[in-house]
Ligand binder design. Sequence first.
Ligand code: TXA
Ligand code: MG
Length: 348
Amino acid sequence: NTQVKKVDAMHPDMDIMREAGEIIRQGGLVGFPTETVYGLGADALLPEGAKRIYAAKGRPSDNPLIVHIADFEALKKITSYIPPQAKALADAFWPGPLTMIFQKSDAVPYETTGGLDTVAVRMPSHPTALALIREGGGYIAAPSANTSGRPSPTLAEHVYEDLKGKIPMILDGGAVGIGIESTIIDLSEEIPMILRPGYITKEMLSEVIGEVKDDPGFASADPNVHPKAPGMKYRHYAPKANLTIVSGEAGAVIERINALTQEHQQKGEKVGIICTDESRSQYVGDVIKSTGSRQDEDSIAQHLYAILRDFDDMDVDVIFSESFATPRIGHAIMNRLLKAAGHQVIEV
Ligand code: TXA
Ligand code: MG
């Protein structure tokens, strides 16, 4: 039986937080909001905690977890070396949606790191997440709180949908702010390397530590090019309906999606469309979903996963999506969308 506790995201009720922290200390699991997506938390220093996470998510146990901390000092116990660049990045972006990879100390069990000698660490900015970390003993391992293979949850309802009956508690702090997972950076390379793109962009990182490169593995459609973050090798999420991205000048995209829609409707298929407020009224699909205004990149990131989930609950046969290669976080958004589409793109 899973209890869902509503919390004021900015000022969570401390009685609830102590109760949630107690579950974590006992080795149990709690679903909780962060500023990126909802996480599924366990004590990162207890091997049983990580094992329960893998079991609840149905996640392969070679896919390491991110350890969440509430203050910079906490890094010392779980890492064996803190490079100067990490301090600079922490000063600039922590608390916030940035995860850094460190050499781990003996305090971190291999269950948490999927057998690796490195550990991924993030200090979230969400007050409920910070309170849970403090009440739970200071170190919370947390992947996104979805069943493996589904989109990451951006609402407590998504967590409930995937994990009801499998975890004792979900903290419901409402919709998350960002909507896509944290940026992951590996500082062990000669040139620091982004393992997963996110809200903190390459440009933002470069301003603090100089040259930064992308892991060629995360963006590749080629299954033989292996990403360095083990989790980025999984297809991650494939919608039930076949998803294709149509990319190009706005008018041409609308025209092509409408032509494709008619083709599929003539075969008796139901067509879903992912678009923006600006183009919405011009489509003829069966289910049309907008990510918000094209001018508002943040809104696109916030709504994308929920839209993909919604389509899984409806019996559409094919989905066509506009491309969202917007200036700042478009790179991170397209990384998720391209994977969901299995890299099927029509250029018009
Ligand atoms: O925004 C986020 O990061 C969310 C919230 C809950 O904080 N968490 C999240 O966790 O996205 P998860 O487990 O869904 O994704 C973690 C990613 C995986 O791709 C994993 O392979 C990678 O981080 N990772 C973890 N530890 C690593 C390590 N030591 N070396 C390389 N990649 C690592
Ligand atoms: Mg995940």
